[in-house]
Design a protein around this ligand. Structure first.
Ligand code: ATP
Ligand code: MG
Length: 327
């Protein structure tokens, strides 16, 4: 399913332009003809079950794996032929930030900065900024062997951002983080985009893609099975649901009848004072509210519930999520 491009996307500069990417491991076509167009300045999420091929796609785009078919460009540079140029335009998380477990977080980040060619004062400043951004200020003097798993992940991400690259790859940036740290990580990611980077991330959390991504590609069995802004993906799969909360339970049967007649859909009543109906035509809701008032049925509340990305995901990938992957 290919959804409409945003206005002007035809002319928009692309951070990533991949066509027909293929990667075969033995007889496993791990990536099986993937096209990706990632506009500059957006947050783009690859979403898919274990083993779908997300990391393999990233490994090809970051020049770590050579494609067996197709081609990919990063800011116009071919990932297979212009490896060095591409590497200078990207950063990849996942490498461990630990240079030395017995050194502090600050010392490790400063060493990274020096290795990347920053002056000592620039490296120190950058280290301090990053430790603040990632909520590690209090732990800045602690040695890495005393870091928790979540703190380590944050430090890894911080280390990969010492020099902010135009295109940043984040493979499951929030896996294993507690909810508060996850939200902090989202904020850090948004800040990176605000200051000019493009982000390609993978996630298994549908709400994360929903909250964070401008566009999503759903990957299954090495293919893109859906692509577009989260809102459009949701709209394409499911219809919103209208929930009518009744002030008085004795009106339920009549409200159900009125809703079915006016909306011309099958409504249901999952609870005594609740009537729900698929909202095919939003304009008809006004008619329904007028009809309910005419019938002297009082409402305690009205809400509209969008389909969730979970529903989209399940609808598109069937039960393949159960197979599990190797990673
Ligand atoms: N180096 C490798 N050698 C052989 N097979 C591999 C290799 N890397 C990945 N695969 C296979 O390719 C397929 C895609 O794996 P990949 O790691 O890209 O999935 P993923 O979408 O990142 O999954 P996860 O959500 O579990 O991280 C899987 O079937 C995996 O077993
Ligand atoms: Mg992976």
């Amino acid at each position: 399913m290919q959804l409409a491009q945003p206005t002007g996307a035809g002319q928009q500069a692309l951070a990533v332009d991949a066509r027909g990417l293929v990667k075969v491991f033995g007889d496993n076509r791990a990536v099986d003809g993937v096209d990706l167009k990632i506009p500059e300045g957006c947050i783009y999420a690859l979403l898919g079950p274990n083993g779908a091929g997300k990391t393999t796609i990233i490994n090809m785009l970051t020049t770590l794996l050579k494609p067996d078919g197709g081609e990919a460009r990063v800011f116009g540079h071919d990932v297979a032929r212009e490896t060095q140029v591409v590497r200078q335009l990207i950063s990849v998380t996942g490498q461990s930030a630990a240079v030395d477990e017995r050194l502090s977080a600050t010392e490790n980040l400063v060493i990274f900065g020096l290795l990347l060619g920053l002056s000592r004062s620039d490296a120190s400043k950058r280290a301090a900024d990053l430790l603040r951004d990632f909520g590690l200020e209090d732990a800045s003097k602690r040695t890495l062997d005393k870091f928790s798993g979540g703190m380590r992940r944050r430090l890894d991400l911080a280390a990969s951002l010492i020099v902010q690259a135009p295109l940043i790859f984040l493979d499951e940036p929030t896996t294993g983080l507690d909810p508060r740290t996850r939200v902090q990580m989202w904020e850090s990611i948004r800040r990176l985009v605000a200051s000019g980077s493009t982000i390609l991330l993978t996630t298994q959390y549908l709400d994360e893609a929903d909250q964070l991504a401008d566009r999503v590609a759903v990957i299954d069995h090495g293919r893109v099975v859906a692509e577009g802004p989260p809102r459009e993906l949701k709209a394409a799969i499911g219809k919103a649901t209208l929930n009518l909360r009744l002030a008085d339970g004795k009106d339920t049967a009549e409200a159900l009848t009125v809703a079915q007649r006016v909306l011309n859909v099958k409504a249901s009543s999952p609870e005594a004072t609740l009537v729900t109906a698929p909202m095919a035509d939003p304009d008809r809701v006004t008619d329904l509210l007028v009809a309910l008032r005419g019938a002297k049925i009082r409402l305690a509340g009205v809400s509209v519930q969008d389909p969730t990305l979970d529903e989209v995901f399940m609808a598109l990938t069937g039960d393949s999520g159960k197979e599990g992957g190797t990673q």
